[in-house]
Write a protein that binds this ligand. Structure first.
Ligand SMILES: *Cc1c(COP(=O)(O)O)cnc(C)c1O
Length: 376
């Protein structure tokens, strides 16, 4: 209805959406709890705790002027990524984070009368974007150990399955898919979107499989390993026909110039990152081993840069032990990820791996938080 005195009506299906639940910025968290931001350990978003390498910061500064638009064809970046991945640049599309590439892939490959298959617990972005695009989804729960329920997934695939959206290593559970599982999924003929945001920590990628399997898409990102989450650069390897369409339907300037400069510099400093990644994998394994000494916290095996930990303890019933530890940790200046939903994750917290020099401090704060939370 046209009415100059009221705000415009909103599409009802969008107004009703819960929205994506993002992590709070560290300054807001610190302020809310009256903490010194310098002492905060932000371990809630799987970011690189080493920060952005000086060489990459320098490249961003030296590029100088950002007055001009970036290249909508992403030529230099796609070429460099092609060399990095040993893939033809024509198969690559970069996005404002891999989140944008999930979004574009859904738009290009899934119609509202089709369905998307996901395997919870998994990355919340999948459900959020399906909702946004009005695409219904089939959810096949992971098994008790968070491995894929392959038989149930295979049984759930139908002619209407537009995409199977899977993360490997999976967020928040940390476990990776096996060759056999991926082969079985591809054999169904459904298109598999494999989200490899944490591939660098797992030390393996299925990018090379994209050339053999026309229904496989692999997504990667600079957010987790490269210390560039704030600049939003992701990339995907697609069948050439899909890459071509995504290049034509994306926002022309989706990857900003600073992001492009930083991504190119990151690719040029692979050695430095290799050292960081190795250190983080070692800290992840140390942290899991140290936790094994406690009866009240149980990390699941992880191939990523975080640990999903089951927290055991008596609670008052309104609060899970996971939420109690999350709150006590926050009072200690340690921020971790807690999931209110799904129900299945209420007894868990997800901790991103800190730098090696932060591990002792984290262990001390964890022990104090456990006492406050009533776990010991
Ligand atoms: C963090 C994350 C992403 C998002 O990466 P961006 O490139 O920052 O958009 C994608 N998938 C999974 C599974 C993630 O955990």
């Amino acid at each position: 209805m046209l009415d100059p005195d009221t705000p415009p009506p909103i599409r009802p299906e969008l107004a009703a959406l819960p929205g994506y639940e993002p992590v709070e910025p560290v300054a807001a968290l610190a302020q809310r709890l009256a903490l010194d931001p310098a002492t905060v350990l932000k371990l809630d978003a799987n970011e690189n705790p080493f920060g952005t390498p000086a060489a990459v910061q320098q490249a961003i500064a030296e590029a100088g002027s950002y007055a001009l638009y970036p290249d909508p064809g992403q030529r230099e970046l796609r070429e460099a990524l092609g060399l990095h991945l040993n893939v033809d640049a024509g198969r690559i599309v970069a996005g404002a984070g891999s989140d944008e590439l999930i979004d574009l892939t859904l738009r290009a490959l899934a119609t509202p009368d089709q369905r998307v298959l996901i395997c919870p617990p998994t990355f919340g972005m999948y459900g959020f974007l399906c909702d946004l695009h009005g695409i219904e989804r089939d959810e096949v729960e992971r098994k008790a150990d968070f491995s894929l329920d392959l038989d149930a997934v295979l049984a759930a695939v139908t002619d209407r399955t537009a995409l199977i959206l899977l993360a490997s290593p999976n967020n928040p559970t940390g476990n990776a898919l096996s060759d056999g599982e991926l082969s079985a999924l591809l054999a169904t003929g459904a298109t598999v979107v494999l989200d490899e945001a944490y591939a660098e920590f797992a030390g393996r990628t299925y990018v090379s499989w994209v050339m053999e399997h026309p229904r496989l898409i692999v997504l990667r990102t600079f957010s987790k390993w490269a210390g560039l989450a704030g600049l939003r650069v992701g990339f995907g390897v697609f069948p050439p026909s899909v890459a071509e369409v995504l290049m034509s339907i994306k926002q022309p300037y989706n990857v900003n110039l600073a992001g492009e400069v930083a991504a190119l510099a990151a690719l040029a400093h692979a050695d430095e990152y290799g050292v960081q990644i190795e250190a983080l994998v070692a800290v992840r394994n140390d942290l899991a081993a140290r936790m094994a000494e406690f009866a009240w916290i149980h990390p699941a095996p992880s191939d990523a840069n975080f640990l999903l930990c089951r927290v055991d303890g008596e609670t008052d019933g309104t609060h899970s032990a996971g939420a109690a530890l999350r709150d006590a940790f926050a009072q200690e200046g340690v921020f971790v990820r807690y999931f209110d939903s799904p129900e299945r994750l209420r007894g868990y917290i997800r901790i991103s791996v800190p730098r090696p020099d932060q591990l002792e401090d984290l262990m001390e704060r964890l022990k104090r938080a456990a006492i406050v939370a009533g776990l010991v």
